[in-house]
Design a protein around this ligand. Structure first.
Ligand code: BDP
Length: 715
């Protein structure tokens, strides 16, 4: 007994210490928390930053870099070193070759390294400059220095002192806010829009600067402030002034503002008699509008457009093509170096060829236009051909439009993956798409990442104190930003970095959190839409299971259209004997996926309609496999919660509880999906549940009667 007491006491004290010292956090600081470092870590960081030196004239961007370093060091060390004029041993030196010609004058290697970094890249290293041992943050521009400062602070916070050379692989790294002018947010689950249009331009929320800091820390360099379902008013003088006020705040952080433009704006404002993109009065109106915007915002980024999609106006209303529409806007912004991001998220308008598989329609409309877009137009393509489902194969347009710069559109907000209640780390989902081999291009083929010129993420940011509605949803913003900078980065590394920055670098915390994150999205796929199923969510709000819905005005809004389950089988036949959507992929892929045996199991029912007794590689029938996936989804979700519970002593009480409550909700959600889907598919297949599979808690009618009239996110 006497031997055990000290050990037990020590354990108790340790857990008390962690509990007592982990002060409650509300999540506002995101991954820029700068909490006090441990003693040894402090000594190491102090030695790298005895003084901060940034030669040359101050600019708003260098001021932002210095302010962030001082904020970070004050937090981590208790006291920040002052900026100093002279380089000395132990300086943290921020320099460009223009600011400090001596930096590269006699250092050919550094000169070459810097040349490889382009305008926005940076490098971090311990080196000698002018005879002094310094920690160097070097870049070719002030914005590169700011990015470098954030990277150095990250390393300091998590104890990494490695040399780094980093340059963005994509030029355009944007957030898309689906925020309305009344501050509601379409598909937003984290409060109101952060953009207080009513208060602007005079009233500038301090959050705008923190928003800029968070995004700059990831290298995000553009933001579209308003919803793709846009309103004409956003292009009137008063909103241009409001937009300019936001642009002024974001500019020092390297972030340009863009607006979603409604195609019929001049007509709806009664300033033209048509919105036909070839009509001279319309072309002139947009030119004048662009001039007006650029007068207020000289570095305005350009327009994002959703046209002829889900009821939005567009060039097809005038029998013109997407290229005619995009090029007309492109001509208006070209003299100012602006761009147009034209979305490829289109499917047939009401009444038009509705017999065509919806998954084929964007490709059919856009592929023939390859080569017809103006040089400053990018086509923005969602990751998959349907609509941000928990799992989709990559969109066949990637790799198919070699003459057109393409942007990837990912959804960060979790419209179809459990809002901000369910924990689903999307880094793995983005990675899966980006790594997919399109089998186009030279040799082995280009991955989706290699076909991109830019990336857009539909933001999950709102007025909630923690910005994203839940702590773990911050990781999706983070992962998106990191992958926009480097689409070949690894989701797991990003998760580990985020977890260390967000919950502290203690590996006892980081490892289990990364484990939770890495299984989380697959768990959601399993309990919602396993084996390639898709689009089975509730009507309009997209919450909860509704595989039975078959009565909406368009067939391709109905879940039954997508799963096609009947007595004999389940799945959407997209092979040559079905819709042949497969033919839109490169021949190697089309051949491989033509056979269910060589189709990845996770996409099986996306491409094939199979009998319930189809033999799966596991040895189970398809019916039994489907049930097993639903059960696995529930089990994984419970396991995630158990892993989180074990972290209780190591995480501040507030964040622990907020995550725990959501995990409880998620387990219930997973059970609901499982039970409702099993009840429904059993009613269709007529098959018994194999031994050991638990029957749903309620009859099918119960699930069919559930309604969510006040579900959030409908804007
Ligand atoms: C769908 C959303 C809808 C968006 C649309 C889009 O449900 O709110 O407007 O995508 O991307 O997923 O335009």
């Amino acid at each position: 007994m006497r031997f055990f007491l000290p050990a037990a006491l020590a354990a108790l004290l340790l857990s008390l210490a962690s509990t007592v010292f982990a002060a409650d956090e509300d999540g506002y600081d995101l991954w820029l928390r700068y909490r006090p470092l441990s003693g040894t870590a402090q000594t190491a960081v102090k030695a790298q930053a005895r003084g901060i030196v940034l030669p040359g004239a101050a600019t708003p961007t260098t001021n932002a870099a210095l302010a962030e370093l001082q904020r970070g060091l004050a937090g981590m060390l208790g006291k920040a070193p002052a900026p100093e004029a002279r380089i000395a041993d132990g300086s943290l030196l921020l320099a460009t070759p223009t600011r400090l010609p001596a930096l590269t004058a006699s250092d050919a290697a550094l000169r070459a390294d810097l040349a490889a970094l382009g305008e926005e890249g940076y490098l971090l290293r311990a080196t000698r400059v002018l005879g002094h041992k310094v920690t160097l943050i070097a870049a070719n521009s002030d914005i590169g220095l700011l990015y470098g400062a954030y990277a150095w602070l990250r390393g300091a916070a998590i104890g990494s002192t490695a040399s780094v050379s980093s340059a963005p692989k994509l030029q355009l790294r944007l957030l898309n806010h689906w925020d309305n002018l009344d501050r509601s947010v379409e598909r937003g689950y984290s409060g109101q829009s952060i953009w207080d249009w009513w208060g602007l331009p005079e009233i500038k929320d301090a959050r705008y600067t923190d928003y800029a800091r968070a995004n700059a820390s990831l290298g995000i360099n553009g933001t579209v402030l308003n919803n793709v379902n846009s309103k004409p008013e956003v292009l009137t003088a008063s909103f241009i002034a409001k937009t300019a006020a936001v642009a002024d705040i974001l500019r020092p952080y390297g972030i340009k503002v863009y607006l979603s433009a409604r195609f019929s704006t001049p007509l709806e404002l009664h300033e033209t008699s048509t919105a036909d993109p070839l009509a001279p009065e319309v072309r002139q109106w947009w030119k004048n509008k662009a001039d007006e915007i650029y007068k207020a915002i000289p570095d305005f980024g350009g327009f994002l457009v959703k046209a002829n999609s889900e009821g939005q106006p567009g060039p097809q209303d005038y029998h013109r093509t997407h290229a005619d529409g995009a090029n007309m806007l492109a001509a208006a912004v070209a003299p100012h170096k602006g761009i147009v991001m034209w979305r490829a998220f289109v499917y047939a308008p009401k009444g038009a060829h509705l017999d065509e598989d919806r998954a084929k329609q964007a490709y059919e409309e856009f592929k023939p236009l390859d080569g017809q877009f103006a040089a400053n137009v990018l086509v923005q393509v969602k990751n998959g051909a349907i609509d941000f489902q928990p799992r989709e194969p990559f969109h066949p347009l990637f790799g198919a439009m070699p003459k057109t710069p393409l942007m990837m559109e990912f959804q960060i907000t979790k419209e179809y993956l459990g809002y901000s209640t369910d924990l689903a780390y999307l880094g793995t989902m983005y990675e899966e798409t980006l790594e997919s081999d399109t089998r186009t291009g030279q040799g082995a083929g280009k991955t989706v990442a290699q076909t991109l010129s830019g990336m857009a993420g539909v933001a999950n940011i709102g007025s909630d104190r923690n910005w994203s509605g839940s702590h773990f949803d911050q990781a999706n913003w983070y992962a998106y930003g990191k992958l926009a900078w480097n689409p070949q980065a690894k989701a797991k590394d990003i998760a580990a970095e985020w977890a260390a920055l967000t919950f502290g670098p203690d590996q006892r915390v980081v490892r289990p959190i990364v484990d939770i994150m890495m299984v989380s999205r697959e768990a959601v796929v399993d309990y919602m839409t396993p084996l390639g199923l898709h689009h089975m969510m509730g009507t309009s709000h997209h919450h909860g299971p509704a595989p039975w819905v078959d009565n909406l005005e368009r067939p391709d809004w109905n879940p039954v259209y997508y799963h096609r389950a009947d007595r004999n089988g389940i799945g959407f036949n997209r092979t040559a004997s079905g819709s042949n959507a497969l033919s839109q992929y490169a021949p190697e892929i089309a051949r491989q996926y033509a056979d269910p045996r060589t189709t990845p199991e996770q996409l099986l029912l996306w491409f094939h309609h199979l009998p319930w007794d189809y033999a799966m590689p596991s040895g189970r029938t398809l019916w039994a496999e489907l049930l097993a996936r639903y059960d696995r989804g529930v089990a994984e979700t419970k396991a995630m919660q158990a892993r989180w519970s074990a972290l209780k002593p190591l995480i501040d009480a507030r964040r622990y509880a907020e995550v725990d409550q959501r995990l409880t909700r998620q387990v219930n959600n997973a059970i609901l999906w499982r039970d409702a889907c099993i009840a429904y598919f059993q009613s269709v297949s007529g098959l018994p549940l194999p031994p050991g599979v638990q029957a749903p808690a309620h009859p099918l009618e119960y699930y069919q009667s559930l309604r969510y009239p006040y579900a959030p996110g409908r804007g």
